[in-house]
Design a protein around this ligand. Structure first.
Ligand SMILES: [Zn+2]
Length: 246
């Protein structure tokens, strides 16, 4: 269990917050050990659910370091802010400001919210997905590909309708009683002490558990286009979306 307060969850629009260094932590990664910082609170999204960890900077009196991502230690549950190579780390107890690369995060939020819309338009189980600052994809257990241009038009209509996006909580029991709201087979809904976080778009556009970061209303996504539909294996069809004109 992490000791870090997730400021990004209550306020995904916060670009920075004050924090204190709780610990130095070393992560084992395929590229070797990485040492980073565990903070008491953070605006940095922690890599997960197909959304990358945020990049940004930590600033304290007399120093600063760039953060390349934030990763979850699978053993301890700690959220580790990974500094750029060779950066000096401030000691435990240091008060600092953590600030994300807001433009990159906002693009993640826009595309991640767009994936909820895509999910609402394709009536098939989701087997995977991911977001970057340029494009996003969902994989569906789907035999026949929908029409690319038609899907683009439907997505942009949902975006232009500027549906509100709201977060709330349900209990683990409510989730068990309504298993159909889980659309993604590959990601288990994050269950926290508050329960299960659910995201609603419009009245009935989309409703599902999600721990990611979202824009306030779909209009903020801006125009998008479906660029590719790929067959990935026997059952998987990958649909890739990017910003139109980006
Ligand atoms: Zn989401």
């Amino acid at each position: 269990m992490t000791a870090t307060v997730a400021v990004f969850r209550e306020d995904p629009y916060a670009p920075e917050c004050a924090a204190t260094v709780l610990a130095h932590a070393t992560l084992e990664t395929p590229k070797g050990p990485l040492t980073g910082l565990v903070l008491d609170r953070t605006v940095f999204y922690v890599e997960g659910g197909g959304q990358p960890g945020d990049s940004g900077v930590l600033v304290w009196q007399g120093g600063s370091t760039a953060v390349v991502t934030v990763l979850k230690d699978r053993g301890t549950g700690d959220w580790v802010h990974v500094p750029e190579d060779g950066a000096a780390l401030p000691p435990v107890g240091t008060a600092l400001t953590c600030r994300i690369d807001w433009d990159r995060r906002h693009r993640h939020m826009r595309l991640h919210t767009c994936l909820h819309l895509l999910c609402s338009l394709v009536d098939a189980p989701v087997t995977g997905g991911s977001v970057s600052a340029e494009k996003a994809r969902l994989d569906f257990d789907l035999d026949t590909a929908p029409d690319k241009d038609e899907l683009t038009a439907k997505l942009n209509a949902l975006i232009a309708a500027d549906h509100p996006v709201t977060a709330s909580w349900i209990s683990g029991e409510e989730l068990q009683a309504n298993p159909d709201i889980v659309r993604t087979m590959s990601v288990k809904p994050p269950v926290t002490p508050e329960g299960v976080r659910v995201i609603r778009i419009g009245d009935a556009v989309d409703f599902q558990p999600c721990g990611g970061t979202h824009v306030r209303a779909t209009g903020e996504i801006g125009p998008v286009r479906v660029v590719k539909m790929e067959k990935k294996g026997k059952l998987n069809r990958r649909i890739i979306v990017e910003f139109a004109g980006a």
